[in-house]
Design a protein around this ligand. Sequence first.
Ligand code: MUC
Ligand code: MG
Length: 382
Amino acid sequence: MTTIDQIETVILDIPTIRGHVLSMATMRSQTAVLVRVKFSDGSEGIGEGTTIGGLSYGAESPEGIQSAIDTYIAPTLAGRDGNDVNGAIQLVDRLVKGNRIAKTAVEIALWDGLGKRLGVPVSQLFGGAVHKALPVAWTLASGNSETDIAEAQEMIETRRHNIFKLKIGKRGVRDDIAHVARIKAAIGDTGSVRVDVNQAWSLADARWGLKGLQEVGCELVEQPVQARFRRAMAELTNGYEIAVMADEALNGPEDALTVVAGNAADVFAVKVAQSGGLKRASEVAAIGQAAGLGLYGGTMLETGLGTAAALQLFSTVEALRWGTEFFGPLLLTEEILCEPIVYCDFCVEIPTGTGIGASLDPDKVAFYRRDRGRTIKAAAGE
Ligand code: MUC
Ligand code: MG
């Protein structure tokens, strides 16, 4: 039997290519928790658990993710059958509440190890890929309309992205609508425009916001109000033509059922980390699909590693009507994989190769690891 011998974690801090201005934080670097699982036969698997803006996006911080893995998840799994990924998921779910991002990092490494030992991509462990590449959005979040327009135009010209997600919610609603209108007017029919409010609006703000957004040609609004305001989400979903997407409201399959039952979204942003791993994300997607909702592959701005893992899963999803936003590695100044994720013709390619189809560049990991003592300020704050 191939057993789980050792689970190691490391925190990396990697600068972003520009300030990424979200309603709750401005990111100037991204922090990733990487996991390496070593198995008794000498094989290994790698995984990633990443959040956004320290503790400003969700309840898990990078440091908390590392601590949950080192202190609770790793000792629970040590010595177990390395091929029994479902058994590991079920055991960890019984013994560790919440901490979905920490669970994700370890689970990805277990799937990666299993795929590598079997000589197949992780997509095959989920029944096989039905896509070779997926449409990929880019987030415009420089904090300045002119810079965002120039960025969008360059993306369209170079055929890298033609779906744009604008981060709003930091300014007032009127200013935000004017910003969205300028960008949509500048790109016209050459690209589509969506927004993510990251929960910043009250219901009253959101009523004005959705009315204004749909008038200026914005096709979708993501998580306009707080995740727990399901009745407000339902009113917005049913009251306007613009599509409403649930993001922060979706923490695993149980939330997916509640959102469906409350008619509280038109679209699911299915995020691997927020769901609690590839398997739980596949369940969220299945619930959304069964309910007739649109699906979108969401990101926590993972490095190439987490992105490769997500691509393995989403390559198996029947219909991603709203595409994906797996652009995380492009927001970072450095790619930490030996073979970068490939972006072309407005799509991201599914990595080939065994496991998640990615391997880490050891020099880059050595350079960006936090415990090496370099000081890059963590991401949260104004
Ligand atoms: C989010 O809330 O969706 C995804 C893209 C991006 O720029 O930020 C993330 C977070
Ligand atoms: Mg979002």
